[in-house]
Design a protein around this ligand. Structure first.
Ligand code: HEC
Ligand code: HEC
Length: 204
């Protein structure tokens, strides 16, 4: 049996060694900033606050999720001509650094365009639709839409991007890891898609 003080030290060491190799310090954030300033900013903005609702906001998005998506764009697993061209020459280290760069940007608050629609969306997001068998979005993405390292943050995303992705999941046009979201999107009506997307856009 370790004494308390020894045990605490051991826990401290474990925490240190559990940090992934690319975590703070190792990831080349300077290089990431260079790449963002060179091209990503055109669509996603320097701070991850994208210039058009067609381009997803990346501020506060999870680093691991983003690195995985970049890998999938590069390999063609997630089909997008635009993003394939962007990811083609990125190394795994650069993808991880880019993920950490955008994760560290601060998400901005956004007002709903249509408050009534956002309220319908809140119901679906928080409670789902038990009449058609839609699980609540909150059960996986969290009550505030923050997600987890591998499950995307939705909070504050452009409603147009959310709606477009739901439609892509429905038709399996989002080609990577679509099984879970296909089952959900295929049960949503057009009104529900618009409403839940409107609500997600207002989450901070
Ligand atoms: C010409 C515009 C454009 C540029 C430049 C661009 N992107 Fe994108 N990005 C997009 C579009 C459009 C999508 C959505 C693709 C889709 O519909 O699946 C996207 C999606 C993404 C996603 C997935 C987000 C999510 O929530 O799933 C990540 C991560 C990403 N881009 C990172 C980058 C990085 C890093 C760069 C710079 C190396 C970059 N993008 C440059 C247009 C752009
Ligand atoms: C059973 C768990 C689960 C539930 C419930 C769920 N999702 Fe998801 N969702 C996921 C997973 C997992 C992914 C990531 C797929 C991937 O890795 O590409 C995802 C991805 C998404 C994306 C893509 C985000 C991006 O940045 O591109 C959107 C949009 C989304 N979900 C919306 C919703 C909405 C709206 C609901 C409720 C109607 C919902 N989800 C319910 C698991 C879930």
């Amino acid at each position: 049996m370790l004494k308390l003080s020894g045990g605490m030290m051991w826990v401290g060491l474990l925490c240190l060694s559990a940090a992934p190799a690319w975590a703070e310090g190792k990831a080349d954030l300077k290089r990431a900033e260079e790449i963002v300033a060179g091209r990503c900013f055109l669509c996603h903005g320097m701070e991850g606050e994208s210039s058009s609702p067609l381009f997803p906001r990346l501020a506060g998005q999870h680093a691991k999720y983003m690195a995985k998506q970049l890998e999938d764009f590069k390999s063609g697993k997630r089909r997008s001509d635009t993003m394939k061209a962007q990811a083609e020459d990125l190394t795994p280290d650069e993808m991880q650094a880019l993920g950490l760069y955008f994760e560290s940007r601060r998400p901005q608050p956004h007002e709903p365009g249509d408050r009534d629609l956002a309220l319908v969306g809140r119901y679906i997001f928080q409670k789902g639709n038990s009449f058609s068998g839609v699980a609540s979005c909150a059960s996986c993405h969290g009550p505030k839409g923050y997600g987890t390292p591998l499950l995307p943050r939705l909070a504050g995303q452009h409603p147009e991007y959310i709606a477009a992705q739901l439609q892509q999941f429905n038709k399996r046009e989002r080609t990577n890891d679509n099984a879970v979201m296909h089952a959900i999107a295929s049960k949503l009506t057009e009104l529900e898609i618009k409403a839940v997307a409107e609500y997600i856009g207002t989450l901070e």
